[in-house]
Structures are given as structure tokens and as C-alpha cells.
Write a protein that binds this ligand. Sequence first.
Ligand code: NAP
Length: 233
Amino acid sequence: MKPKRSVIITGSTRGIGFQTAIKFLAGGDRVVIFCRHRRHAESAVRRLRAYGAEEDILALAGDVRRQKDAERIVDLCLERFGGIDVLINNAGVFIYKTVEETGERQWDAVIGTNLKGTFLFTRQVVPVMKRQKSGIIINISSALGVEAEAKLSAYCASKFGVMGLTRAVADETAESGILVYAVLPWAVNTTLGAGSGLELDPSQLLTPEYVAGRIFEAARGRRKTGALFEVHS
Ligand SMILES: NC(=O)c1ccc[n+]([C@@H]2O[C@H](COP(=O)([O-])OP(=O)(O)OC[C@H]3O[C@@H](n4cnc5c(N)ncnc54)[C@H](OP(=O)(O)O)[C@@H]3O)[C@@H](O)[C@H]2O)c1
């Protein structure tokens, strides 16, 4: 029997993160799930019990923008599961506004969640993976991490930033046994995707289950560090 991997998925109580938790649990792994709201985490864990044993799920509340939460969540994962094999930096928020309409707080929320959150969790996990001499970090960027459009200045800035972070950390950790990847989905039918304000043809939206399947495949670790996984239909 293959050993169970320990997987932290940020922002995993709905959408792509939640479906990704299902894939790993159904594949026999252990997951740490969390979001900002304890009641969402509790509801998610009740639904996840259909896919894996209760002892393989650690559900927490926390905000990726806070260093203290990153420390606490990583420490609790180590305490409960003894290691971290995969980190999936998935938590994300979206705004659809021109640069003039974007308030400072909105800018901070998008950059803080999508980019700083990815940085904080990566920084916390890299020393653990270096000690283990193995580990995979998967950053959920976006097709909007390589192409920008009007009204997406904050979101694109955050996701372009995630691409730079991915490449830089892949380079830094290349000799450490750590693989760092970015996944770039096209539009997905989730709270974020469907509520984005972008004019999207609903029939063209990817399902979060499909994207989760691609993330699960990426976590097999078959590609070189720094690899990008584009996800479209
Ligand atoms: N949907 C798309 O079209 C699409 C396309 C390309 C890339 N992506 C990317 O895919 C990722 C997941 O998106 P999604 O569509 O699944 O979004 P979603 O359905 O809105 O889910 C986002 C998850 O992140 C959590 N979250 C938000 N802010 C957080 C914070 N500060 N700390 C911790 N958790 C937080 C949310 O829970 P709470 O609100 O309760 O905290 C929720 O569980 C994001 O990075 C997004 O940018 C999405």
C-alpha cells in the first residue's frame, strides 16, 4: 500500500480547493483544509467524511494573509501528520474593477490573499520540505496570470506575481528535492468564477472537479520544478 501523503490546501471549503481535498482523500491521502470561517470549515469536513477517514482530515479556521495563521496551521499539520508532502496555495479572491475604481483596501485584499498568502505559506513550508528532502508546492495561478485584461489590474497583478514567485522559489529550491509548480486554470464554475462579473459563456466554464483532477495529477511530481500546468477544456 502506498504511504499516505499529508497535503495542506489553503482556501479549501468550497470550489476548487474543496474538490481538490476530495481527490486527495479519495486517493488515500491526508488533508488539512481551512478558510477564514470556522462554520464553513466544519460544514466542509462533514461533507468530506464521505471520501476519507475522520483521522485523515484536519479542518481549521485561518486567514492566509496572517503570518501567525500560517505558522499555526503548518505546526498543527506537523503535529497531527508528522510531515508536509504537498502544499497547495489555492485561497483566492477576485475583483473586477478599473484601476481608478479599485480602493486601497480592495487592492490589499486581493494582493494579500492571492500573492502574500502564497508567499507566507511557502516560506513556512520550505524549511520543512528541505529537512524532509522532498515536497511539492502547487500554486494556483490563473490564465490571468499570464494574460491581462481591462478591470483586472489587482487580480492580474496578484496572479502574475504568483508566477514570478513560483519561478523564483523553484530556482532557489532546485537542489533541495522540492518541486514547485503553477496551475493556470481558465474560468471555473465556482463562487469566484461565476460571480466574477466577466462575460463568460456558462457552457465554457470548467468544473472545479476537473481542475482538481489536474491539480491531483500535478501532485504526482512527474514534471521538472518550475513547470506550468495550463487547464482548459
Ligand atoms: N474560479 C475561477 O474561474 C478561477 C480561474 C482561475 C484561477 N482560479 C483560482 O483558483 C483558486 C480557487 O478559486 P475558486 O474559484 O475555487 O474560489 P472560491 O469558490 O471563491 O473559493 C475560495 C476559497 O478560499 C477561501 N478564502 C478566501 N480568502 C481566504 C483567506 N484570506 N484565507 C483563507 N481562505 C480564504 C474561501 O473561504 P472563506 O471565504 O470562507 O475564507 C474559499 O474556501 C483561487 O486562487 C482563484 O484565483 C479561479
